[in-house]
Ligand binder design. Structure first.
Ligand code: SF4
Length: 286
């Protein structure tokens, strides 16, 4: 058996920096608070909680003087304003590529365009992008795009972790409804790289394993991309989820992971596959 590990499997730099910053801040201040999970991965959240990085629902729950960490995928304008007016100790872990989306969407609005955001309803990153402009429309699926009314001028951006396929399909529909359309492709480059590697690997491998939490929309999207190309594709959250019979007779096994999957879980999964296949080392692909 040969194991091909996608080069860019796992944490993107935005998530890696945010997690590191959460650990550093907790160490420095004893604890740090976050409005929701820093990544959609239970193992990371639990490990951070032990280290002193706590999840709260509102700013009011943050004890006086303690730092509040704003996560990689951005924070709504109102929440920033509230934290600033309370003179809270803000630690900003917003990914620079998310800041870029905020800038782009504001530019499109300043051109007098109706804003359309291609992204998941209720996702924190989408909520943050939407808060930058007035009354944007969120479109998650081609069906929702079909239901849009005709508009003279519109500008479109996308959530950073969307698949190119979903965005393309939605843009094709929007093109039939908007006379003057500007689309800024804000899918981030780590996402594009990860998606490309998974699509290529899934075609070359007998079995494709995608590691990621089922609470992560990004990981589920990656698994769907793999499944479209290889029906022997499976999403696992950890090594224990792997079934020996999936790998029976497989000559090439591909492995990748969502942007919220930590290195130690990828290592555990690789170790298990190596044991099953009696393989000493994986080969890095990409
Ligand atoms: S997925 Fe992209 S935009 Fe989001 S945190 Fe990672 S690098 Fe930044």
């Amino acid at each position: 058996m040969k194991i091909l590990l996608a080069k860019d499997a796992g944490y993107c730099f935005g998530v890696r920096d945010a997690v590191d910053l959460a650990y550093e801040t907790a160490e420095k201040h004893g604890d740090v608070y976050m409005l929701g999970h820093i990544v959609h991965n239970e193992n990371v959240v639990n490990a951070l909680d032990t280290a002193g990085a706590k999840v709260v629902d509102t700013l009011d729950e943050v004890p006086d003087g303690k730092p509040i960490l704003f996560r990689a995928h951005g924070t709504a304008v109102d929440t920033w304003g509230d934290a600033q007016s309370k003179e809270m100790n803000i630690v900003d872990a917003t990914c620079p590529l998310v800041w870029e989306i905020h800038e782009e969407v504001k530019k499109l609005e300043s051109e007098g365009r109706k804003i359309i955001i291609v992204g998941d309803h209720g996702h924190d990153e989408v909520v943050g992008i939407a808060s930058q402009v007035k009354d944007p429309i969120i479109v998650a699926t081609p069906e929702e795009a079909q239901a849009l009314r005709k508009t003279k001028r519109a500008g479109v951006v996308s959530q950073s972790t969307q698949t190119i396929e979903n965005v393309q399909e939605i843009i094709n529909i929007i093109m039939t409804k908007v006379f003057d359309l500007r689309f800024v492709n804000t899918i981030c480059f780590p996402t594009k790289r990860n998606q490309t590697q998974i699509k290529e690997l899934a075609k070359q491998c007998d079995v494709m394993i995608v590691i990621g939490s089922f609470t992560s929309a990004n990981s589920k999207r990656l698994t769907a991309l793999a499944k479209e190309r290889n029906k022997n594709s499976f999403q696992v959250t950890c090594a224990d989820d792997i079934k020996d019979n999936w790998l029976k007779g497989a000559e090439v096994v591909g492995v990748s992971a969502g942007a919220s999957t930590p290195d130690n879980i990828i290592d555990e999964v690789l170790t298990k596959i190596k044991e099953i296949g009696n393989v000493p080392e994986e080969i890095v692909y990409g």
